[in-house]
Design a protein around this ligand. Sequence first.
Ligand SMILES: [Ca+2]
Ligand SMILES: [Ca+2]
Length: 433
Amino acid sequence: MIDNGAVRIRRVGVAVRCWSLLCVATLVVTGVPATAAERAVDSPRTWHVGPDRRLATPSAAAAVARDGDTVLIDPGTYVGDVATWTQDDLTLRGVGGRPHLQADGSSAQGKAIWVIAGDRTTVDRLEFSGATVPDQNGAGIRQEGAGLTVTRSSFHDNQNGILTGADPGSDIVIARSRFFRNGTGDGQTHNLYIGAVRSLTVTGSYLWGADTGHELKSRAATNTITGNRITDGDATASYSVDLPNGGRSPIAGNVIIQGPNSENSALVSYGAEGFPDAGSRVLWVVNNTFVNRRATGTFVQLAERSRANLRNNLLVGPGVVTNLGAVSAQANRRVGSKGFADPAADDFSLRATSPAIDRGVRVPERWRPRWEYAHPTNRIRRPSVGRVDLGAYERRSPREARFGYSDALARACPVRTRTRPHVGMVHVICQHI
Ligand SMILES: [Ca+2]
Ligand SMILES: [Ca+2]
């Protein structure tokens, strides 16, 4: 108690209320700089978790970690180990592989494999499966704090993959992750279910096979969904993307596939439960490749008063583009499957013969897709090759497709740089041309 008070006094460097003579004495002593040992106590620490470590399970680390700490988890399957993380600014990471947290009937607080109550948490390279609880809302992660970043992680066969509460100060970022076979079959549980937070960003991720619920559902005020593959497969999933309260949202550069068994004919649903305010009615659907493998379909289902802008999308299969008449739509084109690299394998990058090449219109920069999805669970920067192509992929020259740089860059590289070592990214690239 006194030590904690002393640390606080030293930090602020001014007199504070003291409770006793002992406290006064401590104040005098702590007027000098902290010792190395004291600083070490305050510094973020790194904890190692693994079957052969002192901390054998993630829940053991949750009991000792403090704000700002990093927890590194060895590969392996952690069966029935669940945890509540209350600390802020944690980094929770799998190292040397992707550790698998398997619920096996257990849950933290009857909610999830991990309940994350702290703010600004990072989760990297972890696998969560099998979360089931009596109220049917069991999640791989139940997010209750403000701010969560999830990368390179996998959520499958849970009642919900990730489930978050409502928090207007919370930003949720999901990158390079996969969600599949989540949902209980009741339509109320989903691969990914984000509550009314400030923002959701999903990129470079693969979402598929939700059981009756939605592949992605979000009530965020802003939803940036770009460079993902979202597909029902053979599952009964309802919506591919469900934004029931709208939200200022770019949906850009995604491959979105409705399967033959989808229970609902819409792929994107926007504003179905009403808009909280005027700013939440703005939707841009740009450079997506939509595929409908169901007998009927509505590619973008819009609530009345939506301010929707549809640009440069490719539409494959039967169905109507949208249910609303008053929509700003340009350069959305219906095509067959011949112009794509391997539609049967869900690869909708463009062949040289595609009618989508260089047929797009300009879109304000803030709504353009910055990323293309790269299977599995990765993303690459969408290049600029002539006029913009339609759909989720920009056609590259054979050189770009093979080596990842453009003909224009090859021409720009002086011959001498190709054989001489140089420092700098352009020269490094030029050496390999
Ligand atoms: Ca559907
Ligand atoms: Ca082009």
